[in-house]
Design a protein around this ligand. Sequence first.
Ligand code: GYE
Length: 307
Amino acid sequence: ASLTTAWPLTGFAQKKIVLGFSQIGAESEWRTANTESIKAAAKEAGIELKFSDAQQKQENQIKAIRSFIAQKVDVIAFSPVVESGWDTVLREAKAAKIPVILTDRAVDSKDTSLYVTFMGSDFIEEGRKAGRWLVEKVKGKTGDVNVVELQGTVGSAPAIDRKKGFEEAIKADPRIKIIRSQTGDFTRAKGKEVMEAFLKAEGKKINVLYAHNDDMAIGAIQAIEEAGMKPSKDITIISIDAVKGAFEAMMAGKLDVTVECSPLLGPQLMSATKDLVAGKSLPKRIVTEETIFPMEVAAREFPKRKY
Ligand code: GYE
């Protein structure tokens, strides 16, 4: 039997749907908005949410999923901190006939029957958008374009894919070179720390910072200012997510551009959960639609931002 078929709830009083959700942690503004969206949407949909915070550790997510299986929840959803190492626990969920929804990040399991659907952004495309923006920005100008890169969590889908997409897009201009690349774990504190190290090592050679999320860019902006340089003027800054903090930085003239990645997955997740319990099948991939916001539009867009 396929995982997509669950039992429709018939007869007796309709029992409340129970959804077990394992969240990565609270590493960024994006993540906090994602958690809020899921909690609010569950409430709104009348779904009982068992929410577990893994504090950035895969082992905690595996424990949470096992506990959801033991509690016989109707549906399990989770945002996998890294891509690999999920097959065993996903097989346990499958054996227990509990459908699994991946939200936000993907897994690299060869056996795609281990989950029903993956809803979230196209991270490779986000990386490409960032890269294409830079290619356009330096068009017609002369000189080196030395980029330092702050990567997301090692082994996570967004870190792997945002790197890949960016590298692909910057091939269009051979002057653009990534001279340093290191993880800042998607946090402000780490972003600042690693940027300090980049500045120490490369100093004025750095022309561009590409950060895999806004939080790391915001941390790096602090490091740049403390080093006596001007963010955006001395170093062009590109990041991803489009959280409010990024809009504030753009309005202050300190961040050049952010690529949108929407964390507002709650409503979609609840409707998918209801569909599964009702025995409906879901598309294998549900892609979030998003755009890109350069500094020039920040003030106009800011009041409309929901996260
Ligand atoms: O970009 C980052 C967060 O998985 C898309 O995780 C998400 C990323 C997001 O910590 O800010």
